[in-house]
Design a protein around this ligand. Structure first.
Ligand code: AMP
Length: 114
């Protein structure tokens, strides 16, 4: 059996995590190293390692992650906007090989990202 990812361990309550929302397809948890007043990760239960590993079958799942992000953003009071970002691969500094949507908000951001 392959080793569980960090996020699977958090979902399975084998590692601590500040879980804000969960359903049968995904979990939303606070990032341990927040980059803004509100920084939440929306993670599918399915351990897809990178965006490059997505298949047609995952299309509704990815849409679901965005709808959950929308719900969490409303609960976090992010009425003035937010970022919804996937880091993919080494150039983007993806560090956990289990795709996750970063929902970042609560401050004015700059563009382009660093
Ligand atoms: P990425 O670099 O895009 O792969 O994002 C991984 C994110 O996971 C980073 O923003 C980390 O701060 C965050 N992270 C790492 N360990 C934990 C943890 N135990 N609980 C919550 N977030 C974590």
């Amino acid at each position: 059996m392959t080793e569980k990812t960090l996020f699977q361990k958090i979902m399975d309550r084998e590692e601590p995590g500040d879980i804000l929302y969960e359903d049968d397809r995904c979990v939303a948890l606070r990032d341990i190293n927040p980059q803004a007043p509100s920084h939440v990760l929306v993670v599918p239960r399915k351990p897809i390692p990178t965006l490059d590993a997505l298949t047609e079958e995952d299309e509704p799942l990815v849409g679901h992650l965005f709808l959950v992000a929308q719900k969490v953003a409303a609960e976090e009071g992010l009425t003035d906007g937010y970022r919804a970002v996937f880091n993919n691969g080494s150039d983007a500094q993806q560090t956990v090989a289990h795709i996750h949507l970063h929902l970042i908000g609560g401050r004015r951001m700059s563009w382009p990202p660093g």
